[in-house]
Design a protein. Structure first.
Length: 641
């Protein structure tokens, strides 16, 4: 009779646990909706205009045009950098959402993309809950552990870097940290729970297929975890289990190869290491070679890879660190030694990568970002500790200390949230601001597609001048104009030599150019218009008035828009007419035994009809231009094969 009574009690507790997770999810999704300004920005057709959200818009629009034109996921993009292979090494996150959006017509693709990103981020409490249940499926405290992890996993998102990444538009990495942990828990369940093997195999294949499409750094987080789980449970690896794991890997590789292949083929274009070194020299908070980084990150107001300064943020992180280490020790010394080894080793690896990675070859990965995953695994260990203490007999003093530490940590979270959320900080805005809209309108009404716009992007050196947006990413697609400058101030592609940011043109201070040098660049890249804000840039183009008629046709306190009185021409040598669009350069009425186009040459360029095409270096540009011998009167170039 006593046994019969216990079963309804357990069912009742399980229902309460699920209800509690629903409440956590509800609060999380309401808060997430409040971040967006306006709330309709979650689902309307306006692009989100915060930082890297603009880049996602550019990548999405480019890929959609490639798909509609040639059924390709990457191609030749003439809108930036005088032409470059777009959607290759630059576009390495949230590919799953992007693929779904690409298949949607017109402006609806923006709605679909934003909605999927929102819903996936909203599901983080459920990811944490299911992961907690999977890792501790055979323990008496599994419900409480999973519930606690749902709470702490959600709290970590709101407290620290993950929340800031969502605001900045770095949405792929933060969800990857959660989904990688969930996928690891599915693998652990597959190896240790043979009672539901078929269901576990299906879920494993689905998770393994989706994970790589969220962010390229999935492998850095996930592969070591898989190795640890397999080594620790090598005796549980039956032939059927290994086949299931292999199937997941093969299906994942096949599904993700359409974007992984172009990435690997264009790795030679990456200048990530150069960008990292440049930004480390400026001592930006995204990187740190300070041996005391760990101490400062946890115990001082110094910020590393963060966008808000608050000592209160350290409270939850420090509490989770202390309790997480205690949880790992409890696992190892108790009945869950194998899990303690796995979780402890993962925490140790992530700790080393986060705080010492800048001293190693992995500094190009921006290792400080891995503290999201570190906090998450510490929260998992903390949840285990709380569950075990609640289900076992412990001294009152120990429970009091544990409760006090957890309570203080959550109190710090509340203060941090009040400082950030109630003061309307880090809101994710949709739609262009009035000033940005005026610049777009000027470009639509006062520029011609016969010449490029030299667009001065802004970033960390001069703060964000365009109301927090990388406006070039949006302006090019809205106006269908080609730009030199953008799609962001920092782009990990060597083609980005053709760039203009914060008073620097083609890698040099613009004030160091003479009017004749500036004129030479305008001719080489067919620049007919300029949008700028830096005083040195404005002065440089005033001085150019010695060479061209320079008309300042639109000016505000911050921005100057200029029309250059020069003859537009897309040919360095030869002459003719030219029109460029996504993955197309169409030329007609071409004259000359040899023509050189003012577009960069890239591998995989093909022509119709077949031409004698070769790369030609011009000036100091590290990327060659397109040279064609004995061209016909009419031809088309595109990326193919």
């Amino acid at each position: 009779m006593e046994h019969v009574k216990k079963i309804p009690d357990l069912v009742c507790k399980a229902r309460l646990v699920w209800l509690a997770v629903v409440v956590i999810f509800g609060i999380h999704i309401l808060g997430l909706g409040r971040i967006h300004k306006p709330v309709e920005g979650i689902w309307n057709a306006d692009p989100i205009v915060e930082k890297d959200w603009c880049l996602h818009f550019h990548h999405l629009q480019s890929q959609a045009e490639f798909w509609q034109t040639d059924g390709r996921l990457w191609g030749y993009n003439p809108y930036f950098m005088a032409g470059y292979p777009s959607n290759t090494i630059q576009d390495l996150s949230i590919k799953f959402f992007q693929a779904l959006a690409v298949l949607t017509p017109g402006n609806e693709r923006i709605r679909v993309f934003k909605l999927f990103v929102f819903l996936f981020t909203a599901s983080l409490p459920w990811m944490a809950f299911v992961a907690g249940r999977n890792f501790f499926w055979d323990t008496q405290a599994r419900q409480l552990i999973a519930l606690t992890f749902a709470l702490l996993g959600t709290a970590c998102w709101w407290n620290s870097l993950a929340r800031e990444m969502y605001f900045y538009g770095m949405v792929g990495f933060q969800v990857t940290c959660y989904f990688a942990l969930l996928t690891a828990s599915v693998l652990y369940r597959l190896l240790t729970d043979h009672s539901r093997s078929k269901r576990n195999v299906v879920v494993w294949i689905a998770c393994a297929t989706l994970l790589p499409s969220l962010h390229l750094m999935w492998a850095v987080i996930f592969v070591p975890i898989v190795a640890l789980i397999l080594v620790t449970h090598r005796k549980s690896c039956t032939r059927a289990t290994l086949v299931a794991i292999g199937m997941g890997a093969l299906v994942s590789a096949a599904v993700n190869w359409p974007w992984l292949g172009p990435f690997l083929a264009h790795l030679e274009n990456s200048v990530t290491e150069q960008l990292i070194a440049e930004r480390m020299n400026r001592q930006e908070p995204f990187f740190s070679a300070d041996p005391l980084t760990f101490f400062k990150d946890y115990c001082t107001s110094d910020i590393y890879f963060a966008f808000r300064t608050s000592l209160w943020e350290k409270g939850l992180r420090l509490g989770v660190l202390l309790l997480g280490v205690a949880g790992v020790c409890t696992m190892y010394r108790g009945f869950h030694t194998a899990r303690g080894l796995i979780i402890g080793a993962v925490i140790g690896l992530l700790f080393c990568m986060t705080y010492w990675g800048s001293f190693s070859p992995i500094k190009g990965w921006q290792p400080m970002r891995f503290k999201i995953a570190l906090d998450l695994w510490l929260a998992l260990a903390t949840s285990y500790l709380i569950g075990q203490v609640a289900m076992t007999r412990c001294s009152r003093l120990y429970k009091t200390l544990l409760g006090s530490c957890l309570g203080l940590s959550l109190a710090c979270l509340v203060v941090n949230l009040v400082q950030t959320e109630l003061q309307e900080k880090m809101r994710v805005r949709s739609g262009l601001s009035p000033v940005n809209q005026e610049l777009v309108t000027w470009a639509q009404q006062n520029t011609s597609p016969d010449a490029r716009i030299l667009f001065e992007e802004s970033g960390d050196e001069t703060r964000f001048q365009y109301n927090g947006a990388f406006l070039s990413s949006i302006l090019a697609h809205v106006t269908h104009r080609q730009l030199i400058g953008g799609p962001s101030p920092y782009y990990n592609d060597r083609h980005h030599f053709a760039n203009f940011r914060s008073g620097k043109l083609f890698g040099r201070d613009i004030a160091t150019y003479s009017p004749s040098q500036l004129q030479s660049y305008c001719e080489r890249y067919n620049i007919g218009y300029v949008i700028m804000f830096h005083p040195r840039s404005v002065q440089a183009f005033r001085n150019l008035g010695e060479r061209y008629p320079v008309k300042f046709s639109y000016q505000t306190k911050r921005f100057s828009c200029v029309e250059l009185g020069r003859q537009s021409n897309w040919f360095i040598t030869g002459k003719g007419h030219l029109e460029a669009k996504s993955n197309r350069i169409e030329c007609w009425d071409v004259e000359g035994n040899e023509v050189v186009l003012k577009y960069h040459w890239v591998r995989h360029l093909v022509s119709h009809p077949e031409l004698r095409m070769e790369p030609l270096r011009v000036g100091d540009d590290p990327i060659p231009f397109i040279k064609i011998r004995n061209p016909p009167r009419q031809f088309t170039l595109r990326v193919g094969g």
